[in-house]
Ligand binder design. Structure first.
Ligand code: NAP
Length: 258
């Protein structure tokens, strides 16, 4: 069976990718920079660091396929940019025939620093000469939940910015898309896939309160900032290509009720 290296295989998305690869009987290797990371039985764990270029030859040498999920938004220059350069440099080109990368929709339409980083990484991969697939998805449900929680002071009132919307996708389903790619020939850039529903943030907040059985007052405020403006624009949705069955409500019920 083919060997797949998953960078970021200890992270939110990578863990799901690893579980799904194991279920399909792939040999799986995970790269982790931490000392005591744990991985599922049967997975080979390589201690290494993208930023300092350690352990990458060992991690990549047997990889038929690489799924690159590692990222550090707080240190993009070292981990995402330099780290991807190091990873591409370490690859055994006689062995690895497919490099898969997870990106975000419309990263090319924003000056946001993290998105600019994702573009640079996409470009490095395309220029590497290694056959590749890049999947740009919308935000994950978990990410929207993190945003929502910043407004939840648990004081009986939630005040959220007006006009925002999301087409978020469950991380398991994003992982399935990557694992599907691993089973196919490289396709280059897939510009956009979004989750199953396009929802106003206000509706998402109402569902959140409902699932948690709370009667907090929901206030909608015209809060201006660059990040919220991004979620008010068409740039964080991809209505022409939706995927998955796990709705926002189903995600919340699974996380808070089951
Ligand atoms: N969140 C969203 O809504 C969203 C939407 C679309 C795409 N994405 C993309 O999905 C990807 C994964 O996101 P996530 O939420 O799963 O991230 P995460 O949970 O923060 O995981 C990050 C992973 O990166 C690894 N990592 C960090 N620094 C490293 C280093 N120096 N060397 C080796 N590995 C390193 C970490 O492994 P160790 O700590 O074990 O080293 C960890 O497994 C990112 O590329 C992100 O841009 C996210």
């Amino acid at each position: 069976m083919k060997n797949v290296l998953v960078t970021g295989g200890t992270g939110l998305l990578g863990r799901e990718v690893v579980d799904q690869l194991i279920a399909l009987n792939y040999e799986v290797t995970v790269l982790s920079s931490k000392k005591n990371s744990s991985v599922p039985d049967g997975v080979q764990l390589i201690k290494g660091d993208l930023a300092s270029n350690s352990g990458l030859i060992e991690a990549t040498e047997n990889a038929d396929i690489i799924i690159h999920c590692a990222s550090n938004p707080k240190d993009t220059r070292s981990v995402d940019i330099k780290g991807t350069q190091n990873l591409l440099g370490a690859i055994n080109r006689n062995k690895t025939l497919h490099f898969i990368y997870i990106s975000i929709i419309n990263v090319d339409k924003s000056n946001y620093e993290y998105y600019q980083t994702k573009i640079k990484v996409e470009q490095m991969i395309a220029a590497s000469g290694i056959p590749f697939s890049v999947l740009r998805t919308t935000q994950f449900h978990n990410y929207v939940l993190t945003i929502l929680k910043t407004f939840d002071k648990k004081d009986g009132v939630i005040a959220i910015p007006d006009g925002m919307h999301f087409q978020s996708i469950e991380v398991k389903e994003a992982a399935t898309l990557l694992v599907d790619m691993a089973q196919r020939e490289p396709v280059g850039l897939v510009r956009g896939i979004g989750g199953p529903e396009l929802l106003r943030f206000e509706e998402m907040a109402k569902t959140y309160l409902n699932v948690l059985n709370r009667n907090d007052e929901l206030k909608i405020k015209p809060i201006r900032n660059e990040e919220y403006d991004r979620y008010r624009s068409e740039n964080n949705i991809w209505p022409t290509n939706s995927y998955g069955n796990i709705t926002w409500e189903a995600f919340l019920r699974h996380n808070f009720v089951s």
